[in-house]
Design a protein. Structure first.
Length: 131
């Protein structure tokens, strides 16, 4: 956009986003927030797989686990916490660089793709499917 067509408040202004660094107080609060989420995620994972065992009706020891409905809620919470912890921070905290790499993940060195191919059907299997 040329300067003659620009709005008066935009003349001479840089239109690139500046890399703002959050205030030190904000960084401290965000660090506490992430530490609390890590602790909570650790607790949730501990609830999903507790270390104890209980004796079953058949006399065999079975791992002590919450009911399925409770495990589903715990997994939902664990997934949400994990996503939040993996998300890059708003302030561009360099400690989160390993969570969001700048380079895309590449396939293996041998040139194979990470997706596996579907297995080939035999002639008999294709006939059974009507093909």
């Amino acid at each position: 956009m040329s300067e003659e067509n620009a709005r008066p408040q935009d003349v001479g202004r840089s239109h690139h986003r500046s890399a703002t660094t959050p205030a030190p107080e904000t960084v401290r609060v965000l660090d506490r927030y992430r530490a609390a989420m890590r602790g909570e995620l650790d607790d949730v994972l501990g609830e999903l797989r507790p270390g104890g065992e209980q004796l079953g009706f058949d006399g065999m020891a079975a791992p002590l686990r919450p009911a399925l409905a409770e495990r589903l809620k715990l997994w939902d919470l664990a997934i949400k916490l994990g996503r939040e912890l993996a998300a890059p921070s708003a302030g561009g905290d360099p400690s989160d660089a390993e969570a969001a790499p700048d380079e895309p993940i590449r396939p293996s060195a041998r040139g194979q793709s990470t997706r596996s191919k579907a297995p080939r059907l035999t002639a008999r299997e294709r006939r059974a499917l009507g093909g």
